[in-house]
Design a protein around this ligand. Structure first.
Ligand code: MG
Length: 389
């Protein structure tokens, strides 16, 4: 029986993780549930899964959660510090990090230092501080298992290949809803259009990141740290069918791929069950339903975020952290209809030039860089709003 702490239980990955737990009560139990804001769903989940501890990030919602669970033997806490602390609990085997954005960094570092197994869905942790987090994971012998579908695919292709050398990996990319659109067309994209992903059903932040190719850029960075690769060993290919989830090319030219229907429950289940594959009754892929697989090069000219990620990887230091922080602000501004779709990448690029470069950042430097990138991004947005009026 594996005991799980699920950080970000009310989001898309969090809910699907609980689906897997519910389908496999003899394999998994929930020790901790945390959510940022959605108190109602957190309460429902706590009543169903009976964890030992429940934490709500937003402290103003504490009384509501506490009251709803007061009759039960569940400890209720609130705030980000509590979330970062709880991962150290002795009874936890695996920490599933499914929260959104930068907020995943500190709890993940605490979990790594406590030597916990990490099932990593919060890719921003490795984007922001991949160097630090992977160094700590080695030092504290904390295993990091990817949940991101592309990285799960690569991880699955690498099983049994420990002694063999990888030439490169090929991350597949659906291209998002706007693949093939011109700069002119992209500048007029609405929030509603951007929130419709052709293949995957995900949260709002990652859906916009998929549409701008920021998500793919982050995945390139995530792959570098997870698999110890050089930037030039990571290719991206647009595969709109989203059936091949990614590939590994070995030193003999052989390519291994992992395929399946786009359903996040498969990579979540693989991470939770690893090294065992767990039988399930999810829908199966059928080759005769998908007779055409296509592959094209991503458009890094009109989708600048992908190019910015390679730039951040090549230059290293705090640049990816800055890109992530700026992007959290610009995506929010786009969702609030303050900036256009194409301004997301434009402002990200500006902010990368504004924040002072730190070559070998430690945790404090990352925290500082994150803070100043957010301030600069807000400033650029305010300036643009003023000139647009
Ligand atoms: Mg992915």
């Amino acid at each position: 029986m594996k005991k799980i702490a699920l950080l970000g239980s009310t989001g898309s990955i969090g809910q699907q993780t609980l689906d897997i737990v519910a389908s496999n009560p003899d394999l998994f139990s929930v020790e901790v549930l945390t959510a940022n804001n959605n108190a109602n769903l957190l309460i429902d989940q706590a009543l169903k899964f009976m964890p030992n501890v429940v934490i709500i990030g937003n402290e103003t919602k504490y009384p509501e959660v506490k009251e709803a669970l007061s009759e039960l033997p569940i400890k209720v806490y609130a705030g980000c510090d509590a979330i970062a602390q709880v991962v150290e609990m002795g009874s936890i085997d695996t920490v599933v990090t499914a929260m959104v954005g930068y907020s995943g960094l500190l709890p993940t570092i605490r979990a790594v230092k406590a030597g916990k197994q990490i099932a990593l869905a919060n890719k921003e942790t490795l984007v922001v501080a991949g160097d630090l987090v992977t160094r700590l994971a080695m030092e504290y012998r904390a295993e990091i298992l990817p949940i991101d579908s592309e990285h799960s695919a690569i991880f699955q292709c690498l099983v049994g290949e420990a002694d063999n050398s990888v030439e490169k990996i090929i991350l597949t990319c659906s291209g998002g809803p706007f693949h093939g659109k011109s700069a002119e067309q992209l500048s007029k994209v609405t929030v509603k259009e951007a929130l419709k992903h052709p293949n995957w059903d995900m949260g709002a932040k990652i859906t916009i990141d998929s549409a701008t190719l920021m998500n793919k850029g982050f995945e390139v960075i995530e792959a570098k740290w997870l698999f110890g690769l050089k930037p030039e060993q990571i290719d991206v290919v647009v595969h709109p069918q989203s059936i091949i989830h990614s590939m590994v090319q070995f030193c003999d030219g052989s390519i291994k791929a992992q395929l399946g229907l786009p359903d996040m429950r498969i990579p979540i289940q693989f991470a939770l069950g690893y090294p065992i594959r767990i039988k399930n009754s999810l829908a199966r892929f059928n080759f005769t339903d998908h007779v055409t697989f296509t592959f094209t090069t991503p458009d890094t000219k009109n989708f600048r975020n992908l190019a910015l990620s390679y730039e951040a990887l090549n230059k290293g230091g705090n640049l990816a952290c800055v890109l992530n922080a700026s992007n959290e602000i610009t995506v929010k501004a786009f969702l609030n209809e303050k900036i256009s779709f194409t301004e997301i990448a434009k402002i990200n690029e500006q902010v990368m030039e504004m924040v002072p470069f730190v070559g070998h950042p430690e945790l404090n430097d990352y925290m500082e860089s994150d803070k100043s990138a957010r301030i600069y991004a807000e400033e650029v947005i305010q300036k643009r709003l003023k000139t647009n009026i």
